[in-house]
Ligand binder design. Structure first.
Ligand SMILES: C[S@@+](CC[C@H](N)C(=O)[O-])C[C@H]1O[C@@H](n2cnc3c(N)ncnc32)[C@H](O)[C@@H]1O
Length: 507
């Protein structure tokens, strides 16, 4: 199989494979999944994303006389598979699975294409069909793999089994809630196995990949969450103790499930921890809708003849800030480097120079962009105040938190914190906590985990993150905090400060 798929890869190239989401299931995984669905007693198996027939081949090796059917949208890959002459009676239709409704299957096994719907032609039609047939509204963020899974669950006969291998990020995202709800409502979710060893099947996927085992019958026992770090451990994984085992009534569709793959990762209970929203709120940075128009370098500002008050300082890219403290002198360094750190803020009415630049923008169609066309006038961005704490929206290996002493605003690369009420007095101390080891561990539990190395942080997750109460932070006076900030300049806290924060969760 692997030699066969390598030949196919050479023939069509990576671009086309990516376009169709063509990544192939390794043989041992395909065999294991097929064995599990067949153990339910079905004599007929269906694969909605057939590709080069990894599951068909596995079925042929495991059991004789199993009828195999499949769907595959790409005629090229199908032709390649047929030319091999290994059909053995399999019925594979060339069709778009998401448009083929009205069938039922006793067993389904699938490695769905992993792509976003954004580029899917006829997406509206597919969404309308989901609403008509399943009564569910898909979110625009849904990826195709989740839609495949949702449809397959609905097509499974009573008592039928389904095994899917797919990226697991939907377990934590808003759009995944509808899939989780259907799984819980329509049957027994046996197990979800996170495959820490298997990125090869999904080389472009930044999230973890896993196998989901589902059966259409009244749920009777808890869902088991496993992690497998070596392929050969998959064979016996269901006979080993799971990381977590959670009864269906405790699995809530709206909650994030990826944490169930971690042992002992529930947030610490401490009387001194309160939600961060006690102090203020994080919100998304400014979305201009057309950075190429709004974001300017100092040299462009000069060349365009814009007055200083027609632009505002702004951090437009994450890399523009390197250290945990960001000051006016750091900002001046960026200006000297001619970095893109200004945002157009045309006057009312705009000066002649700004009006001329705006007309140029219109000639290039920037006023018809998704965000700009809803603004009045289209070139006027929302007014914001500089945020004293910035938090990286995407971070690798732990998050990026910045104490911003400058007047710079921020685009969406950072979320900005605005204190409310008493919160203003605690900005320094909160920042120190966010930088501390305990803070990092506690906050990380609240945020969406897309995978081992890549974290995406939503403002709302941060607002719910646990931080010390005001009474607790009062143990640390403002002067002490100011001294500590000097350590923070280098990216770490003093060991005394780390030890103090440790007492929060281990008093
Ligand atoms: C991830 S591959 C899996 C192939 C094979 N089943 C395996 O496990 O190795 C997904 C396959 O689905 C096909 N595909 C993509 N979109 C599809 C659609 N809308 N309907 C049916 N098949 C589709 C792709 O061409 C690709 O061959």
């Amino acid at each position: 199989m692997s030699e066969f798929s390598a030949r196919y890869g050479e023939r069509v190239g990576l671009e086309r494979r990516k376009q169709f989401g063509q990544f192939f299931t390794p043989e041992p995984i395909a065999r294991w999944m097929v064995r599990w669905v067949l153990a339910g007693g079905a004599g007929r198996v269906y694969d909605p994303a057939f590709g080069l027939g990894a599951f068909h081949q596995a079925a042929g090796e495991i059991a004789e006389g199993v009828a195999f059917e499949g769907s595959e949208v790409d005629p090229v890959i199908l032709g390649f598979w047929r030319a091999r002459g290994d059909e053995n009676g399999a019925v594979v239709r060339q069709e778009d699975y998401l448009r083929a409704w009205g069938r039922q299957w006793p067993a389904i096994v699938c490695n769905p294409p992993y792509r976003r719907f954004q580029k899917f032609l006829g997406r509206e039609e597919v969404f309308a069909a989901f609403e008509e047939h399943l009564g569910v509204k898909l979110s625009g963020y849904t990826n195709i793999a989740s839609a495949f899974l949702l449809k397959s669950i609905s097509e499974l006969c009573d008592g039928g089994r389904l095994a899917y291998i797919l990226p697991l990020e939907f377990l934590n995202t808003g759009y995944g809630a509808v899939v989780k709800r259907q799984m819980l409502a329509r049957g027994q979710l046996h197990a979800i196995i996170r495959l820490d060893c298997e990125k090869a099947a999904f080389p472009d996927v930044v999230t973890s990949v896993g196998i989901l085992l589902f059966e259409k019958r009244a749920p009777r026992f808890p869902t088991r969450f496993y992690v497998v770090s070596r392929l050969d451990a998959l064979e016996t994984v269901l006979d080993t103790p799971p990381v977590n085992s959670i009864p269906p009534e405790e699995l809530r569709p709206g909650e994030k499930w990826l944490r169930h793959f971690e042992a002992g990762t529930l947030p610490p209970r401490s009387p001194h921890l309160v939600p961060l929203s006690t102090y203020g709120t994080f919100s998304r940075g400014i979305a201009t809708g057309a950075n190429a128009f709004f974001v300017l370098r100092p040299s462009q500002v000069t060349a365009l003849g814009l007055a200083p008050e027609e632009v505002v300082p702004c951090i437009t890219r994450s890399v523009q800030i390197r250290d945990p403290l960001f000051t006016e002198s750091e900002f001046r360094r960026l200006v000297e480097e001619d970095a893109p750190v200004y945002l157009l803020r045309a006057g009312d009415p705009p000066s002649a120079a700004a009006a001329c630049y705006i007309r140029r923008g219109e000639a290039e169609g920037y006023h018809r962009r998704y965000l700009t066309r809803f603004r009045d006038p289209w070139y006027r961005l929302e007014r914001r105040r500089p945020a004293p704490i910035l938090f990286g929206a995407f971070s690798r290996d732990g998050y990026k938190v910045i104490r911003n002493h400058s007047q710079a605003l921020n685009l969406t690369c950072y979320h900005g914190f605005q204190p409310a009420g008493q919160g203003a007095r605690y900005v320094e101390r909160l920042f120190l906590y966010l930088l501390s080891r305990v803070g990092r561990e506690t906050v990380a539990l609240n945020v969406r985990q897309y995978g081992a190395a890549l974290g995406k942080y939503e403002p709302n997750d941060l607002n719910q993150a646990l931080v010390p109460s005001m009474e607790w932070l009062d143990r640390l006076d403002e002067e002490q905090a100011a001294v500590e900030i000097e350590h923070a300049r280098h990216g770490y806290l003093s060991s005394e400060m780390e030890a103090l924060f440790e007492t929060l969760i281990d008093p």
